[in-house]
Design a binder for this molecule. Structure first.
Ligand code: CTP
Ligand code: CA
Length: 236
């Protein structure tokens, strides 16, 4: 028998996690995308499964990651597809985590043929807003149609002259109305396409935990500790 130091505090809990980056098609061969590797979402899924949860991973595009064992994986390439899968899969879930990098916009037109180069300059690319999946999950719960005890968002932020990363994170938590927000400081190569993260874990109850530099598995453990703490408080 393999011995493990991991707690089994998520035993029987149903967890749905989105991961990776969506790609919004411009034509059959081109897309608008982002550089998310999916590693953080996959680490969350792996750690939750090890701690006893039933995990569904709604995966967008990743850096060819291996599907974690003991995890149900469904694939969502675009923001719209991810929206419908997240709403469907979240039914009956205890925890929903939006770790995916969802494209904020998508091209308005999607011709079914490859767009050809001509002698003229191209028309400007017209974009439209994608649905905000996290906001919709929170609204669905507020409308009484989702039972999830904990809804988690992620935010990759850079500071600017007026506002720190932490301040951007606090504003986003207020705007998104989720229960927990993981704020990652990005820029200078941090967080995107690398193994390490550092940031804050912000709770809707005002509790703020710094997340020290460490692996994505460490961040995953810290998040599941916070979630299982929330479960314990909800039970009392
Ligand atoms: N998110 C989402 N649907 C979108 C965009 C974002 O569900 N269309 C989720 C992300 O998965 C993440 C959280 O919302 O959990 C925050 O994403 P972020 O891009 O930081 O926030 P935005 O509201 O899009 O604001 P901005 O990009 O302007 O910072
Ligand atoms: Ca965004």
């Amino acid at each position: 028998v393999k011995r493990t130091a991991l707690p089994h505090d998520l035993e029987g809990r149903r967890v749905v996690i989105s991961a990776g980056g969506t790609r919004e098609p411009m034509d059959p061969v081109r897309y608008l995308g982002n550089r998310s590797s999916g590693r953080q979402g996959y680490a969350l899924a792996r750690v939750a499964a090890h701690r006893g949860a039933h995990v569904t991973l709604v995966s967008a595009h990743t850096a060819d990651l291996v599907e974690p064992s003991g995890v149900r994986v469904v694939h969502a390439g675009t923001a719209e597809r991810m929206r419908s899968l997240m709403l469907a899969e979240s039914e009956g879930a205890d925890v929903v985590v939006m770790a995916a990098a969802v494209a904020d916009f998508r091209p308005v037109d999607r011709p079914d043929h490859k767009v050809k180069k001509t002698d003229r300059d191209p028309d400007p690319l017209q974009l439209t807003r994608n649905p905000d999946i996290l906001a919709e999950l929170v609204e669905t719960r507020e409308a009484g149609r989702l039972d999830a005890e904990v809804i988690v968002g992620f935010a990759a932020e850079t500071g600017d002259p007026d506002t720190t990363v932490l301040e951007h994170g606090r504003t986003k938590l207020t705007r998104k109305r989720c229960d927990l927000l993981v704020v990652n400081a990005v820029g200078d190569g941090a967080a995107f396409e690398v193994e390490d993260n550092a940031g804050w874990l912000l709770g809707a109850d005002g509790v703020e935990h710094p997340i020290p530099h460490g692996s994505k598995s460490h961040l995953a453990s810290a998040l599941w500790d916070a979630v299982s703490g929330q479960f314990a408080r909800n039970e009392t």
